[in-house]
Ligand binder design. Structure first.
Ligand SMILES: *Cc1c(COP(=O)(O)O)cnc(C)c1O
Length: 413
């Protein structure tokens, strides 16, 4: 079923994550090249917009990463790829591209990029983590790509909170099929990449059921809804927060990057303040400062109803109004609901309230919150301080049998 969806010929279920799928796919490329007497090819081109796992996987396979540029609209720079493919023609092993890109746009030149890399003897790895923007609409195996991983824990319904388990199947064209990870006790040029022939087999029925129940028509519809949802959010928020990258037609793919950086310069309010303020509205913030620092990246997916999308949009518009109030001097630059967010029930119900704005604005910024309110248990946490002061709170193993020790202050590393 996955071969049919992706346009490839063979699939290994061994990898337990997307990153492991990348590792398996690049090992297949190396083994394939070696089988043709081209084992010296070791350069992997990776655009600067790539997910961090891409260069990490290439390094782990012993490849040398050469980064290629993006243009001002977030697209990979084809001329830079051409120049670097030519420069390293003798050593080119692969390119790793993400489609649609991590900047949330459909690269228009993807077919040409595949042709350039193939002309210089390299293989094309397409990071398939964004398959929810392609399923039923386009097949990487048909536009010239040689290998992809999928993230069944992103696109095919396996829940992936809290770090796993995942499934990152590696799908390849037929020439790479002999170089997929071998089965336990089996033959093959490439060893196993995980401890079981079929990886996390026990959770595959989830994806099997999803694919079967949705059918081809349902999967296409899910993709269309995911794309429209992202564009709906981008378009409705456009007057308040510009979308950083769009395609030539002004549309995004499956996610949009909201640019908050100009607000920071004007008001001192940054993306982190907006992320914290969203908690007062009952929302976990979208992706913060990735892939572009100072921005929020929103990926609504196909599963959020219109009502939910509108709730997020209403919250974001109200937050923009609060930022505008800071610009106009109606709210204090330092003591405002954004800088102090989130607000706990303990703070709001305390006898004393010393802030320069009303309690009501702090905890009920929209009338709808009176019907349904999430009360954050913890007030503002200093993220940077936390990141810089890592400490281990594990109780030493030996002490379990001894008298329970009084909890002591952890050592600051
Ligand atoms: C999530 C993701 C990965 C890595 O997948 P994991 O399962 O987290 O290892 C790789 N590339 C992209 C674009 C992703 O979004």
């Amino acid at each position: 079923m996955l071969a049919e969806i992706t346009g490839y010929d063979a699939v290994s279920f061994q990898p337990n994550s997307g990153a492991q799928g990348e590792f398996a796919g690049l090992l297949a490329i190396r083994a394939y090249l070696a089988s043709k007497g081209e084992g010296h090819r070791d350069i992997c081109l990776i655009p600067e917009s790539a997910h961090g796992t891409n260069p990490a996987s290439a390094q782990m396979c012993g490849m040398t990463v050469v980064v290629t540029r993006c243009d001002s609209s977030g697209n990979v720079d084809v001329e830079d790829i051409r120049a670097k493919a030519e420069k390293y023609s003798d050593r080119l092993a692969a390119i790793m591209i993400t489609y649609p890109s991590t900047h949330g746009v459909f690269e228009e030149d993807v077919v040409e990029i595949c042709e350039i890399v193939h002309a210089h003897g390299g293989q094309v790895y397409t990071d398939g983590a964004n398959m929810n923007a392609l399923c039923g609409v386009a097949k990487p195996g048909k536009w010239g790509s040689d290998v992809s991983h999928l993230n069944l824990h992103k696109t095919f319904c396996i829940p992936h909170g809290g770090g796993g388990p995942g499934v990152g199947p590696c799908a390849v064209k037929s020439h790479l099929a002999p170089f997929l990870p071998r089965a336990f006790g089996g033959e093959g040029a490439v060893g196993m990449v995980s401890a079981a022939t079929h990886g996390s087999a026990s959770i595959l029925p989830i994806s099997w059921m999803y694919i079967t129940l949705m059918g081809a028509e349902g999967r296409r519809r899910a993709t269309q809804v995911a794309l429209r949802s992202a564009n709906y959010i981008a378009r409705r928020l456009e007057p308040h927060y510009p979308t950083l990258y769009t395609g030539r037609n002004g549309l995004v793919a499956h996610e949009c990057i909201l640019d908050l950086r100009p607000l920071k310069d004007a008001t001192g309010v940054g993306a982190e303040d907006v992320a914290k303020r969203l908690i007062d509205f009952g929302f976990h913030a979208p992706t913060l400062s990735f892939p572009v620092s100072g921005t929020l990246m929103v990926e609504p997916t196909e599963s959020e109803a219109l009502h939910e999308r509108d709730r997020v949009i209403d919250a974001m518009i109200q937050i923009r109004d609060e930022i505008r109030a800071i610009e106009d001097g109606r709210l204090d630059r330092e003591d405002n609901p954004l800088k102090n967010a989130p607000h706990t029930a303990a703070q709001a119900s305390a006898s004393e309230w010393t802030h320069a704005y009303p309690r009501e604005l702090a905890v009920f910024p929209l009338p709808s919150l009176r019907q349904q309110k999430y009360w954050p248990p913890v007030a503002r946490v200093d993220n940077v301080h936390g990141d810089k002061n890592v400490f281990c709170s594990c109780i030493p193993i030996g002490s379990a049998e001894d008298e329970p020790e009084a909890f002591s202050e952890p050592d600051v590393v």
